[in-house]
Design a protein around this ligand. Structure first.
Ligand code: ATP
Ligand code: MG
Length: 436
């Protein structure tokens, strides 16, 4: 992409409405634009990152046999009357009437919708277990939308749902998700710590929130210090018995606000760490709450009628864009982890009016593209300082600088955004490096 043609409305000044760094940087880097409180348009750069994150989430869901579908954003109220949640849900739910005065709503989550789909089409134990997910916009009329996409009203979520014949099966599905979440965050360059979360009326130990530690996080958490150093995303055979692995990974104390235990914390002494965290995912086993109410029934091998056991599993896809920035930035701007970067490399032409320089840049641009490398080519007629500042702000992992002086010696400068390290290389070695 040529920057001269790219729609990248960057801001020089810090927007005054933004309280935290990720929100400020997303606005300054031209990633999003607010439409109304907690509702945003995603501009090309931001949308690019959102899609990268979405794709990692998708691949890791597919890897555990979870199948993608897509359910509507607008749901009929009657579905929620069946589960009994229509009246309970509260003002976070956006309620709408259609032209026939029928009650509709903009989905804040999809347990009812997926259970209806399942109940209508699955009858036999042979079809179970089933893991289904979608990546879809949600609406929750939050009391206090803030921090940009971190607590939006409209936000993108991956929500998955599991259906099993019994509690043991449900636990297997839960464990698969648990492991797959760790892998998902690790691929994005994040360390997300699973923490015991409230299970509600069901009880048990099958609810975890995944949190990234950050001072701007909204959750207060406490954990064993070792949790901060652990290798969470070990290579794990997903077809093996996951229970001992999950038991091991959850053996150390790690709890969010409502699950904190003063006794345990006192006993931990110096090993206790308290911090703030950003919730980037939440997995939950809730048994037959929805399958019972919405009359999902499956015939067992013995011919008995069984109410399937369910769980739901959310990842805050749009929140992750902000969370990654909170975890990875410096005073000059964003530092994208390679896996979610909107472009792998920024190519900076230091002197657009120098014919040799222009030709060298154009050729390098073409070659990189031919190699399948995603390049943002700053071919604008602007001062070098502006170009550098812009590149640092938008945070592409690599910057390739081509100027007339180095060019005479057949050399270009490659900078790693994260470390600021610069190397002088030949054209060929840059291509080889980006290819590898
Ligand atoms: P929170 O406690 O942050 O309000 P929640 O527990 O209500 O979130 P869940 O229903 O568990 O949220 O939703 C799954 C995931 O969706 C969360 O872990 C979070 O990452 C994301 N999410 C929830 N609410 C929002 C929001 N208002 N804006 C952006 N992402 C959100
Ligand atoms: Mg939650």
């Amino acid at each position: 992409m040529r920057l001269s043609r790219y729609f990248l409305p960057t801001l020089k000044e810090n927007p005054s409405e933004a309280e935290i760094v990720s929100h400020r940087l997303m606005l300054r880097a031209g990633m999003i634009r607010q439409s109304s409180a907690g509702i945003y348009s995603w501009l090309p750069l931001g949308y690019n990152v959102l899609k990268k994150i979405e794709q990692i989430v998708r691949e890791e869901q597919n890897a555990i046999g979870c199948q993608e579908l897509v359910m509507p954003t607008i749901q009929p109220a009657d579905l929620w009357r069946e589960s009994g949640r229509y009246d309970v849900y509260g003002p976070e739910m956006l309620r709408i009437k259609d032209r026939h005065e029928r009650d509709m709503l903009y989905g804040p989550t999809n347990e009812e919708q997926i259970t209806e789909i399942f109940a209508a089409s699955v009858r036999s134990y042979r079809d179970l277990p089933k893991l289904l997910y979608h990546i879809q916009w949600k609406f929750r009329d939050e009391v206090r939308p803030r921090f940009g996409v971190m607590r939006g009203r409209e936000f993108l979520m991956k929500d998955a749902y599991s259906f099993d014949m019994d509690a043991a099966g449900a636990r297997r599905s839960y464990n698969k998700m648990f492991i797959s979440y760790l892998k998902t965050y690790e691929r994005m360059g994040l360390t997300a710590i699973p923490m015991a979360a409230d299970t509600g009326p069901i009880g048990g130990d099958m609810s975890h929130e995944f949190l990234i530690l950050a001072d701007t996080g909204e959750s207060e958490i406490a954990c064993h210090g070792k949790c901060l150093e652990m290798d969470w995303a070990k290579d794990i055979d997903l077809d093996g018995d996951l229970q001992p692995i999950v038991d091991d990974l959850t053996s150390r104390y790690a709890a969010t606000d409502e699950k904190r235990d003063p006794e345990v914390e006192k006993a931990l002494g110096d090993d206790l760490v308290t911090a703030r965290g950003i919730e980037v995912g939440h997995i939950f086993y809730f048994g037959t709450k929805y399958s019972e109410a919405m009359r999902a029934r499956v015939t067992s091998e013995d011919g008995d009628e069984v109410v399937p056991e369910m769980g739901s599993y959310g990842i805050g896809v749009s929140r992750l864009v902000g969370a990654i920035i909170e975890a990875s930035h410096d005073e000059n701007g964003i530092i994208w982890p390679d896996a979610v970067a909107p472009f792998a490399i920024g190519l900076v032409n230091l002197k657009v009016h120098d014919e040799d320089c222009r030709v060298a840049c154009d050729e390098t641009y073409a070659k990189l593209q031919a190699e399948g490398v995603e390049v943002l080519y700053d071919d604008r007629d602007t001062r070098a300082g502006v170009k550098f500042a812009n590149m640092d702000l938008i945070g592409l992992p690599w910057q390739l600088v081509i100027g007339p002086r180095n060019l005479k010696n057949g050399i270009v400068e490659l900078k790693r955004r994260a470390t600021g390290e610069r190397e002088e290389l030949s054209f060929d070695s840059v291509l080889a490096k980006m290819r590898g």
